[in-house]
Ligand binder design. Sequence first.
Ligand code: SAH
Ligand code: SF4
Length: 353
Amino acid sequence: MIAPSLLGLDRSELARICGELGEPPYRAGQLAAWLYRRGARDVAGMTDLPAAFRERLAAAWQVGRSRVAADQRAADGTRKLLLELADRARVETVLLPYDERVSLCISSQTGCAVGCTFCATGSLGAGRNLSAGELTDQLLTAPEVAGERVSNVVFMGMGEPLLNLEAVIAAIRLWRDEVAFSPRHVTISTVGIPARIGELAAAELPVTLAVSLHAGDDELRASLVPTTRWSVAQVVAAARGYQQRTGRRVTYEVVLLRGVNDEPSHAFALAHRLKRGEHVNLIPYNPVPRAPYERPEPARVAAFRRVLEARGLTVTQRQTRGDDIAGACGQLRAGLAEAASRPAPSPAGREPG
Ligand code: SAH
Ligand code: SF4
């Protein structure tokens, strides 16, 4: 059996454990410092705690840090880490350096049940939820490995964060309270689950919401996000509710697929759903093995953008990053899934056919 992890517990939970082990409450502060600020990887290394306490603690608990199973760097500075968790599940975390800041793209699940047709994580199928500790581990591990301070976190890695909302909210509170990482620097990207968007708003964390819309037309959207149960109008209404309640601007994301949703008529349909001043982020498709899509030509993206701008929408375009290591959105774990599905070599050591 794997011992439960200390990482992910807040001050009151740590105090309860200290109490149960006969230690004074201030030990919780020392523990939190080791876990969240001093990068402890095991209990034995928490040298200012009494040896007997460390022994009792280590008998029942582990720290809960991941192991870096792979570390790839792209020519543009993007760095992709493959992290192995306690149960050997693997997730990816991607560091994206921009001019003066470093964004960290983290995973919320080990796969994704939503199954968007253009997404590598979707092709893995449902995985499990990551715990608040496993989410926090990503925020701690990336700067340790890269030696760079993380300025923003985006939940745009593997998984659908609103299907793991409890742990996501717990982690963001923990980062605020123990890591001094402000929720204002956190963006949650979601496929758009109206009730969960409401729950996120109720958590009263000033995080930015990004909603993956992809199309203004219900039928087209349902062909790309096959498991969705909501209409575009319902998703947009939930997003606007979030904006009203939190005062934070929502971004609508559109992955542009050549010949599928990138024509001017698609841009008109989308513009028709949104209001002047609302913000759209265009993401040219990043190729994924075996997906039947292609990235649109830049002129097509520019034309799409002009239609939206002419309707008074604010449009930004995602830079393509980490191309040479499949480190961009939607490509995570693609290489691994590919390797796993390849036929095993024949006994003679040659691949059949
Ligand atoms: N599940 C959430 C967050 C993870 S996906 C969501 O869907 O929003 C993060 C972003 O990457 C989403 O906007 C998603 O549409 C986009 N994405 C997925 N696959 C992609 C691909 N192959 N190319 C470009 N963007 C992709
Ligand atoms: Fe899941 Fe987001 Fe990928 Fe869709 S795009 S399958 S919701 S991770």
